[in-house]
Write a protein that binds this ligand. Structure first.
Ligand SMILES: [Fe+2]
Length: 298
């Protein structure tokens, strides 16, 4: 166990994640306790994922917490008012619950999801992500986080050389993270999307990160469809087989914050009749910074 500034931290695994003990987040927010909040920011840089258990937070307080770390990202879903809490601008509900009117409360899904980065199909993917568990099945599904710094660092040198400077087109795919992954879109549709660097730099730590595409069929700029598939599937296999991850089944009142740049995440599915409700908030990120030749030489 270690003490970072005013926090007591208990690492959750050798490679990623920590529990923050003895913190009343509602109190820290209400008092605007900048010593605690700044220590949380530092701890996220070090551990990438932080879990705070047994928290009592109102929607406004979760938003207030997020605002301390930067501008909030609008997660509004088209045609689904139910995914939001009335009067609350940014907090979104992730849930498979069916309401009395038959509409899903959140996205309606209990499907498993494969490793991904939130907002990868947007020009500016999310920064920090916040999950606050409000209702979970008796045996809750696990969420997994992977240290994407270590995924890059542990690539063979020739692979690092090969992927340096490459960009991938992150095409949009409805429910694109759900596993098993759905069939490919036509080639011309996979050519549309933001072109993100395959290796990005973290904006504050300056460390390189493998920005892993969440589908094998994404296209690498300047490569054929077959070459792209071969390279991306190899990288995704390298990540999937790595030991640099931690998993936790979120319990009610658990708050988890992670850095969506340096962590990939995925989840297990669960029985659709069992209800799960997670409040979801995110900060705006920044356009991914390429790990250019200049930055590699530095
Ligand atoms: Fe996600």
């Amino acid at each position: 166990m270690g003490r970072a500034s005013s926090l007591t931290l208990q690492p959750a695994s050798p490679h990623i994640g920590a529990d923050v003990l003895d913190i009343d987040m509602a109190e820290a927010i209400e008092k605007n306790d900048t010593a605690v909040l700044d220590a949380i920011r530092n701890a996220i840089e070090e551990h990438i994922v932080l879990r705070f258990r047994k928290q009592t937070l109102k929607p406004e307080q979760v938003e207030q917490l997020g605002r301390y770390f930067g501008p909030l990202l609008s997660l509004k879903r088209k045609n689904n008012d139910a995914a939001h809490i009335e009067g609350i601008e940014y907090l979104k509900i992730i849930s498979n619950v069916q309401q009395n009117d038959g509409r899903p409360l959140g996205d309606g899904s209990s499907a498993p999801q494969d490793w991904h980065t939130d907002g990868a199909a947007k020009p500016i993917p999310a920064g920090y992500t916040y999950f606050y568990a409000r209702k979970v099945p008796a045996v809750p599904p696990k969420t997994y986080w992977m240290n994407a710094y270590l995924i890059y660092e542990n690539l063979p040198a020739e692979m690092k050389e090969k992927i340096a400077g490459l960009r991938v087109i992150h095409h949009e795919y409805p429910a694109g993270n759900e596993f098993p992954l759905s069939p490919s879109k036509p080639l011309e549709e996979r050519l549309v999307g933001p072109q993100h660097p395959l290796v990005r730099l973290h904006p504050t730590t300056g460390r390189p990160i493998l920005f892993l595409p969440h589908r094998d069929d994404m296209l690498v700029v300047g490569m054929s469809e077959d070459e792209s598939f071969s390279l991306i599937s190899q990288l995704r296999r390298h990540a999937a087989e790595s030991p640099y991850w931690w998993s936790a089944a979120m319990e009610v009142d658990d708050l988890v914050i992670w850095d969506n740049r340096s962590a990939l995440h995925k989840r297990d599915g669960w029985e659709q009749s069992l209800e799960r409700i997670i409040w979801h908030l995110a900060n705006e990120g920044e356009p991914p910074i390429p790990h250019s030749a200049a930055s590699r030489a530095a």
